[in-house]
Design a protein around this ligand. Structure first.
Ligand code: ITT
Length: 182
């Protein structure tokens, strides 16, 4: 039997979808995957990138949809890789990031969730503050093996409860409370 979903998550990134699905299950929202490659505009603003992706996703799907745009912002690198996080991960990766850093290791992971349906578009942002580890620790996807959230000694890759503290969780929680109120 075809499954009916409350809304869709448009992305090329399976890891992001899996985490978002698990998180939204806690809020009783049944999320479907709309796997697609969305064009990313060049912008310093994650919110602008996310809004553009949401508009495209809705035009393709014609059903209520969310997209997510993330960025890892490293303070001592003036916010690099920020909006270029996906490209930087594919090119220099975690090893390359570690090679760029000296003593100062403060960083934050930002998530923007952008929702689009036929009547409205709305974005929700969130941030997890932390530090970049001195080496790659744990087996996780993306920057998980080098990001240690504040108040923890482990990287996201090592944490069993990443989905309870992550930038993604906080942004989706804001989204879910708006979704039920509206
Ligand atoms: P979309 O198709 O949804 O755009 P993407 O992978 O290009 O997928 P982003 O531009 O939002 O998505 O991603 C920025 C990159 O940041 C992503 O490719 C990962 O390498 C990394 N990233 C984002 N969230 C992460 C997380 O929770 N843990 C580890 N790395 C993460």
């Amino acid at each position: 039997m075809p499954q009916s979903f409350d809304l869709f998550f448009a992305s090329s990134n399976n890891h992001k979808f899996k985490e978002a699905k698990k998180i939204l299950e806690e809020f009783s929202i049944n999320l479907g995957f709309f796997r697609c490659n969305l064009e990313e505009i060049q912008s310093d603003s994650l919110k602008e990138i996310a809004k553009y992706k949401a508009t495209q996703a809705f035009e393709k799907l014609r059903k209520p949809v969310i997209v997510e745009d993330d960025g890892l912002f490293i303070d001592s690198l003036n916010g690099f890789p920020g909006p270029y996080s996906s490209y930087v991960f594919k090119t220099i990766g975690n090893k390359g990031i570690l090679n760029l850093l000296k003593q100062k290791r403060k960083a934050s992971f930002v998530s923007i969730i952008s929702y689009h349906d036929k009547n409205s578009q709305k974005s929700f942002d969130s941030k997890s503050i932390g530090t970049i580890s001195k080496k790659i620790i744990g087996k996780g996807w993306g920057y998980d093996p080098i990001f240690i959230p504040s108040n923890y000694k482990k990287t996201f890759a090592q944490l069993k409860n990443k989905n309870e503290v992550s930038h993604r969780f906080k942004a989706l929680k804001k989204f879910a409370s708006w979704y039920f109120d509206s």
